[in-house]
Write a protein that binds this ligand. Sequence first.
Ligand SMILES: Nc1ncnc2c1ncn2[C@@H]1O[C@H](COP(=O)(O)OP(=O)(O)O)[C@@H](O)[C@H]1O
Ligand SMILES: [Mg+2]
Length: 195
Amino acid sequence: MNVPVVFHWSVSGHLGEELLVEEEWIEGVTLRALMYEAPHKVVLNALKWSVQLATTLSRLHDAYGFIHHDVKPENVIIDSFEDAVLIDFDSARPLAAVVRKVSAAKADADRIGERTGIQGTRDYAPPEAKLFPGSCDAAVDLYSFGRMFLEIAALEPHSFSPAFYDVMRRCTRIESTSRIESAAGLREALTNLIK
Ligand SMILES: Nc1ncnc2c1ncn2[C@@H]1O[C@H](COP(=O)(O)OP(=O)(O)O)[C@@H](O)[C@H]1O
Ligand SMILES: [Mg+2]
């Protein structure tokens, strides 16, 4: 289980979007801290953690209908089992389809990103998050994911296969519609690298 348990969430149709997320506390260290303190360990575990986080994103997108919108090493905890857990859902928001289900009449006004401007952390945010925050979709998380793992690969560039770089490049294409099709597809591509 790599998605922190969401105990309560609500979207108010009266006061705009109101979202309360309670996250499980994960004992461990951030991936950012490990990248400084134990880079070789990060490199050795990178493929496993990439599959775990792609699984998390695919559940978040497809089962929960949310985008995280701030995927970066500071927001990943490596727990005591050496599993990667995504945290910090402060920037998360429902995908447009979910907003429409909640209140079809308010759908246009509520389109993701319109009220909040730039979300996420700039270095990991794709061009569309900076230029067109209102039109962001699940491809935002795929871009940040790819940036994060390219940064990890740069710790020991020769330890990663060309196929690994290929997957991450498919995540980080400038044009969001050219990126890998989904987090589920990303998970599958990375799982195939382990076999
Ligand atoms: N659910 C959690 N489990 C474990 N550590 C957490 C959790 N939430 C936050 N932290 C720790 O607190 C730091 C800051 O929290 P975060 O939710 O990322 O807030 P923000 O980035 O908005 O300041 C994280 O980098 C992490 O070290
Ligand atoms: Mg954070």
